[in-house]
Structures are given as structure tokens and as C-alpha cells.
Design a protein around this ligand. Structure first.
Ligand code: HEM
Length: 175
């Protein structure tokens, strides 16, 4: 394996593991923690929420940091690879496949998701409205996460899918 392949594999592992931690944590909070705590008295519930919030906060910040760094690095490396070999990819591959547009959409949705994920474990007065209705905003954050994962799989399939041969390669094959 060459160096680029090792780096991209490490980035992929980091990215996917952070996504699993973020999405899995939201899912467990929404359908495990919140309904279970709704059954107990308010003062105890608030104490438990606070205890979980404090411990879960570093994981949320860690996951967001890893997702941002590995995701941007992955995007830049892939962009450079496509640009470096126009004979293989076709000069307008990014535009023709909408890869760039999908990346832009994913990035924006991910930013909104990060805002809510941070607000849910934050304690600032400005984001208290999110924690006042945890179940609702956890559902919204999960929906945003789902959109991000669907777009990610779509982006990946654009260059690895069974019928997604790059333009130039497809042209060569049909000759
Ligand atoms: C702003 C932050 C993010 C950036 C810049 C980013 C960027 C990327 C890039 C460039 C890829 C590679 C796509 C390809 O193979 O062509 C990717 C894959 C992926 N991303 Fe992100 N991402 C971000 C946040 C997230 C979040 C929040 C999640 C989910 C919670 C996520 C889940 C995934 C998954 C599951 C893949 C792998 C898709 C697959 O292999 O099928 N990403 N991301």
C-alpha cells in the first residue's frame, strides 16, 4: 500500500468511527435515555441529565473535531486526485457528477447538525431552548444526521459504484 492509500484509509476509519459515535449517541439518547428518565421525578431527572451531559460533552466535541478534520482532509485529497489525472477522470468529473454540490449540501447540513448536537450537551443560556425540549431537538438532529449519511454514501458511490466508471475510462471502454 502506498502512503496516500494508508493516509486515506486512516482518515476513513477515523471519519466513520466518529460518525458512528455521534449518530449512535444521539439514537441512544433519543430512544433510550430521554424516555427512561421521563418516568422519574423532575429533580432526580435533572440531576441525571446534568451528570450525563458533563460526561458526554468531551465525546461530542471529539467526534465533531474528528469529523471536520478527517472529512475536509478526505475531500481535499480526493479533489487533488481527480484534478491530477483529467485523462482518467474527465476534466469536468466533479461538475458532471454533482460531487461538489453534494459536498456543499452535506457540509451545510453537518454544520446545523453540529450546532444542535453541541447545544444538547452545552449549558449556555443562549441554547437552553434546545434542552427545554430534548426529545424534539434530538429527533431533528438525528434526521439531519440521516441526511448527512445518505449524502455521504451517494458521494462515495459516484466514484466507487459498479456503474460509475469515470467518463474517460467509459469512453475508452466503448471504443
Ligand atoms: C463538516 C463535516 C464533514 C465533512 C467535511 C465530511 C466529508 C466527507 C467526505 C469528503 C467523505 C468521502 C465521500 C466519498 O467517499 O466520496 C465522507 C464520508 C462519510 N461521511 Fe462525512 N463529512 C463530514 C461530516 C459527517 C457527519 C456529521 C457524518 C455522520 C454523522 C458523516 C458520515 C460519513 C460517512 C458514513 C461517510 C462514508 C460514506 C461511505 O463510505 O459510504 N460525515 N465525509
Amino acid at each position: 500500500m502506498d502512503t496516500t492509500a494508508v493516509v486515506t484509509l486512516l482518515l476513513r476509519w477515523a471519519h466513520v468511527l466518529a460518525a458512528i459515535a455521534a449518530f449512535g449517541g444521539l439514537l441512544f439518547a433519543r430512544f433510550g435515555v430521554v424516555p427512561a428518565l421521563a418516568e422519574i421525578d423532575a429533580p432526580t431527572r435533572d440531576r441525571i441529565h446534568e451528570a450525563i451531559r458533563r460526561r458526554w460533552l468531551p465525546w461530542v466535541i471529539g467526534a465533531i473535531t474528528v469529523l471536520l478534520v478527517s472529512g475536509l482532509a478526505n475531500f481535499l485529497i480526493f479533489n487533488a486526485r481527480v484534478k491530477a489525472d483529467p485523462a482518467f477522470w474527465g476534466a469536468t468529473w466533479m461538475r458532471d457528477t454533482s460531487y461538489h454540490a453534494l459536498f456543499g449540501a452535506k457540509f451545510l447540513v453537518a454544520m446545523v447538525m453540529f450546532y444542535f448536537a453541541s447545544a444538547l450537551v452545552g449549558r449556555g443560556a443562549g441554547t437552553q431552548w434546545v434542552r427545554n425540549d430534548r426529545a424534539k431537538w434530538l429527533t431533528v438532529t438525528l434526521a439531519l444526521g440521516l441526511v448527512v449519511v445518505l449524502i455521504s454514501g451517494w458521494m462515495r458511490q459516484l466514484h466507487t459504484g459498479p456503474n460509475a466508471a469515470p467518463l474517460a475510462a467509459a469512453a475508452t471502454m466503448s471504443n
